[in-house]
Design a protein around this ligand. Structure first.
Ligand code: GLA
Length: 684
């Protein structure tokens, strides 16, 4: 299961920037000066995930030649090859990997090596069965899948240090190895074994110092769950009715996130020390490794855009790399995703670039003949035929090589930021709101509103600096603390526009409900009070503004009583018909909107346009459905990307004259984008 918020919090907490940075330049200041495109000799990093150990050595040369012909200049290797590199405890064999590197390097292809800890060998489980994670019923997962380990198991930590050290020492001076990927899609599973329980108890002790402090913060007086010794503190495991104290459960999420971060840091510290000069990255899961046809909404290019922006945000808005870009039909043992038109494999690569990627790595070079992923297509099928996907990937490789100089040093610049709160997301996971509520969808709605209006959006976190933005959208900001409220207040006082939505300000940092009038610590800022709310059950609600036009509303209805705010929309139905559903409040130099319900995508687009216009933020062109408009900026000039995800040609009217960055030709005012194609445009 993919739980991006776990790793997101790990990264937001600063353990490691996503994407690549040189190991020697991990501080914020120096990381800024690092350009991914400089990292492989000024080339756009264009790669594939390659598993030479799955194929006869006699095939490697032909693979490398085909990669080179497609413009591939790096491969990710070895992230599941622990048993090949350490076939028995403490005995190492890198000869096969050396040979593979030699073949690849001879074709100008460098390598990012994966530390293989996501896939420990069978012999390790046989010798130390307790390295396997334990489920909440107290049963250890059996050997057979991957990522099955306990982060607090001393034997697993020792084995990690041994393999990472051995790899680092062997490849520290290898010119064909440009960096490391640590583990693979960190985050799961959560382990409930005695080591993890003891570690959680230590974590609680270090956080709360006294049991009295913990008991008060968690409200353990409820049901008389007061702890009288640290050793009584449980994990949120298999209880009757799955009942857990939400405060304990949120702290447990934080504990797991920090444990994951510490594990990542353990490896990162070793690699930095032993291989200075090599870069370090990770392939974050869910919203980062990029499989558009695997999600629930296959056509949701905006969702993919949000995923890219979220990852750029986790690096403090620096450019990033996509370590796994969909290279073929996704499918596991028991299910299939959807096949994409070959052209989309190029359009998606450009979409990553448009959102700030300076490197794209396709998963995988060739579909496996073996194991769980026989259905998960690579670029090539098992027969290695240079199929349509290979042709498209080759075209893309040539183009990105051509665009490297133009792209170098350019970045996404956004007037709007979307505040993602991992604490709120976890809290909603622990206590789901109503069946229809989805925190990610809330993010997506407002994100899509601005993006469809042609306005770039950055993703920020509670720790980020908000001061450069004109608009900050904080959907369903359920969990807050004083520090965050102070930052939001300063942002608005200094002229920012803040958009809050329903169920904001409900919980304190311990996941305890506020005893202030809702929206709690945000009430003064929003200029409203909420004395009643209506979780949507079966009524069709509508909201209307001064124009009297009804707009559908759903999921949740906060019934607002404006204090200093003005009503913007009111409910049309039910016992609270006529009461405010949305408000606007002037505060300091800025303004706060509170949207007490879930509006439609069209209403969010309409609102985004109106607000951007009002603040002098330029809007993009009118866009046909299925066409994306995005921009990177370099030396004050924009590089435009028009991406057509549909099977029909589309056209977009741009007000100014633009030149095609690939052909050098001027584009007409009405730019035509063929089906599944892309236009990259620069000012003449
Ligand atoms: C993830 C993993 C890869 C591979 C792909 C496809 O993203 O990181 O190793 O398993 O999914 O299943």
């Amino acid at each position: 299961m993919k739980t991006w918020a776990t790793v997101l919090a790990v990264i937001a907490a600063g353990a490691l920037g996503c994407g690549l940075r040189p190991a020697a330049a991990q501080t914020k200041a120096s990381a800024k000066s690092f350009d991914i495109i400089d990292w492989n000799g000024g080339k756009f990093l264009y790669g594939v995930d390659y598993y030479p150990e799955h194929w006869p050595e006699s095939r490697w040369e032909q693979d490398a030649a085909m990669m080179q012909a497609a413009g591939i200049n790096f491969v990710r290797l070895a992230e599941f090859a622990w048993v090949k590199m350490e076939p028995a405890e403490g005995q190492f064999d890198f000869a096969w990997l050396d040979r593979a590197l030699k073949v690849l390097n001879a074709h100008g292809i460098k390598a990012v090596l994966g530390t293989p800890t996501a896939s420990p060998p069978a012999w390790l489980y046989a010798k130390y069965p307790d390295i396997a994670a334990m489920d909440e019923n107290g049963v250890r997962y059996r050997f057979g899948s991957r990522r099955n380990y306990c982060l607090h198991n001393p034997n697993f930590i020792a084995a990690t240090q041994r393999i990472v050290t051995a790899m680092a020492m062997h490849y520290r001076n290898h010119p064909g190895v440009i960096g490391w990927q640590i583990d693979n899609e960190l985050g799961d599973p959560i382990c409930y074994d005695p080591n993890c329980r003891a570690a959680f108890q230590r974590w609680c002790r270090s956080k709360f110092k006294t049991l009295d402090g913990l008991n008060k913060a968690w409200g353990t007086i409820f049901w008389g769950h007061t702890y009288t010794s640290w050793s009584e503190i449980p994990l949120p495991w298999n209880t009757l009715f799955h009942a857990h104290n939400p405060s304990l459960a949120l702290d447990h999420r934080r504990f797991h996130s920090e444990s994951t971060r510490d594990y990542l840091k353990l490896q990162a510290d070793l690699l930095r020390k032993l291989t200075p000069g090599k870069a370090i990255t990770h392939n974050d899961m869910g919203l980062y490794d990029n499989y558009p046809m695997f999600g629930e909404d296959y056509s949701n290019s905006l969702g993919v855009g949000l995923a890219h922006d979220l990852m750029r945000g986790s690096k403090g808005n620096q450019n990033f790399m996509v370590m796994e870009q969909e290279g073929g039909l996704p499918g596991w043992n028991t299910f299939w995703g959807r096949q994409a038109a070959p052209g989309l494999f190029r359009t998606w690569a450009y979409q990553g670039v448009a959102h700030g990627a300076d490197g794209i790595c396709y998963f995988r070079w060739r579909t496996s003949r073996y194991g769980m992923e026989q259905y998960w297509q690579g670029i090539l099928d098992q027969d290695s035929y240079p199929n349509a996907r290979y042709q498209v990937v080759s075209q893309t490789g040539k183009e990105l090589a051509q665009l490297a100089d133009l792209l170098k040093g350019s970045k996404v610049v956004s007037p709007v930021a979307l505040l993602v709160s991992p604490d709120s997301r976890w809290a909603f996971h622990i206590q789901p709101l109503v069946k229809d509520f989805d925190y990610n969808r809330q993010l997506g709605l407002y994100y899509a509103g601005f993006r469809r209006a042609g306005v770039s959006v950055d993703v920020v976190f509670p720790e980020s600096d908000f001061s450069s933005y004109k608009i900050l959208v904080a959907p369903s900001l359920f969990v807050t603390d004083q520090k965050l409220v102070g930052k939001l207040t300063d942002f608005v006082k200094n002229g920012g526009t803040l958009i809050l939505t329903y169920r904001s300000g409900v919980k304190d940092e311990h996941n305890v409900v506020t005893n202030q009038t809702l929206p709690g610590p945000l009430a003064e800022l929003a200029g409203i009070e909420i004395h009643d709310f209506d979780p949507h059950t079966n009524q069709q609600q509508e909201v209307a503004g001064p124009d009297g036009v009804g707009r559908p509303a759903r999921v949740w209805f906060d019934i607002l009583t404006p204090t200093t705010a003005m009503p913007v929309l009111s409910y049309s139905k039910g016992y609270y018909a006529g009461k405010a559903a949305m408000s606007a409040n002037r505060f300091g130099q800025g303004r706060v909107y509170y949207v007490g319900t879930e509006l439609t995508a069209e209403a969010c687009l309409e609102g985004a346009k109106r607000e951007a216009r009002g603040l002098g933020i330029p809007l993009g062109p009118e866009l046909p459905q299925g066409v994306e408009y995005a921009a990177r900026v370099k030396d004050g000039k924009r590089i435009l990307f028009l991406l057509n995800y549909t099977e029909k040609p589309q056209s977009v009217i741009l007000g100014e004259a633009w030149r095609n960055a690939l052909t050098g030709e001027p584009e007409p005012a009405e730019v035509n984008i063929p089906a599944f194609d892309v236009k990259v445009l620069v000012n003449p």
